[in-house]
Design a protein around this ligand. Structure first.
Ligand SMILES: Cc1cc2nc3c(=O)[nH]c(=O)nc-3n(C[C@H](O)[C@H](O)[C@H](O)COP(=O)(O)O)c2cc1C
Length: 335
């Protein structure tokens, strides 16, 4: 018996549910083609960052101003400097074009930022390039002591609404887990126009370097243990909100993908494992998932999806507070 791995995500019919997520592993055409070879059914490109977009917008702005004021010459060194600096969007579009032309699988572009600044413009530019989907990674740390949770949430919703109004392409929204009311926020992101939610963004955590007494930019890759948070929210949200659900953070092995699908993921995404191991990690996860489904007599991914979601399990409280006290009090010191 062969398992039907076909999956629908973001309005796209995919051969399977295991995708490379946005990371340097999808950042150039050679890596993308290696992932296609390894069996990737679609690819999410790394993000074009708001900071890159803003510099580009500045260059356009200054260019126009200079023209309007009739200055024949740029202030010495200034424009060339900006031009050198602002290769971001241009290179990004080149990558999109090549991926679209050569990969032969759906290409999902990604924008990363916090404000609506140049986003709608670039969302349109990417849509015009013919991307199959757009992922908005809204990465913000709510560090302003004057800003309430309502204001923070509204800023997310407004951004999604704006981009939604600007383009027709399928829209995925990638967010972190730090909302007081995650379930309600997930529903409202759907109402604002998200066709899919990618959960969860893995925030980069700065460390303190005791040798230099400075803040150390220290990126650590994930482990499977981090999948737990994602599993809980997949299970809670599956069948309760409109948007599709993509799992990101902690998918390293076939079993991780199995768990995410059983909890309710439409697709699972991989970054750390691809960076650490290479494209073979994607093939291994696909094979592991397919093998498990076959052994357990599932006919398709669709049949397994959500079968251990909160709505499906005998004890729905298992995904909430239930067993919390028992788990903690049963833990004994080993000495
Ligand atoms: C080096 C690196 C670069 C990343 N760049 C992006 C990015 O450009 N845009 C984005 O949305 N996520 C980015 N991510 C996040 C990944 O897409 C993914 O969501 C996260 O790493 C969690 O998944 P994982 O456990 O499989 O690594 C990056 C992750 C890493 C490790």
């Amino acid at each position: 018996m062969s398992v039907d791995m076909a999956t629908r995500y973001l309005g796209l019919d995919l051969a399977g549910p295991v995708l490379p997520s946005a990371s340097p592993a999808t950042g150039d055409i050679d890596h993308i083609l290696a992932l296609v070879e390894a069996g990737a059914p679609a690819v999410v490109l790394p993000s074009l960052f708001e900071e890159q977009i803003e510099h580009d917008a500045m260059a356009v702005h200054f260019g126009l101003e200079l023209g309007a004021d009739g200055f024949g010459e740029a202030p010495s060194g200034y424009l060339p400097h900006l031009a050198d600096y602002n290769t971001g969007p241009e290179d990004y579009l080149k990558l999109v074009k090549r991926a679209r032309a050569e990969a032969g699988i759906p290409v999902i572009a990604s924008l990363n930022g916090v404000s609506s600044g140049g986003w709608t413009l670039y969302a349109r530019v990417l849509a015009d390039e013919g991307v199959d989907g757009l992922e908005l990674n809204i990465y913000r740390i709510a560090a302003d002591v004057e800003e309430s949770s309502t204001e923070v949430e509204l800023s997310y919703l407004r951004l999604v609404e704006k981009v939604r109004q600007a383009v027709d392409v399928p829209l995925a929204v990638k967010v972190g887990p730090y909302f007081s009311a995650m379930a309600s926020m997930a529903r409202r992101l759907g109402e604002a126009g998200a066709d899919a939610l990618v959960i969860f963004n893995r925030f980069y955590q700065p460390d303190i370097d005791l040798a230099t007494l400075g803040v150390a930019p220290n990126l650590t890759l994930s482990t499977s243990a981090e999948l737990r948070l994602v599993l809980r929210w997949l299970a809670i949200l599956h069948g309760r909100i409109e948007p599709d659900l993509a799992a990101t953070t902690g998918v390293h092995h076939g079993d991780d993908a199995v768990k995410a699908i059983l909890a309710g993921a439409d697709v699972v995404m991989m970054a750390s494992a691809l960076l650490r191991v290479g494209p073979s990690a994607l093939t291994a996860v696909q094979k592991g998932l397919e093998g498990w489904l076959e052994e357990n007599e599932y006919e398709s991914v669709a049949q397994a999806r959500g079968s251990l979601s909160q709505r499906a399990v005998a004890d729905p409280s298992a995904f909430e507070r239930s067993n919390y006290m028992k788990t903690l009090t049963s833990y004994a010191p080993s000495w």
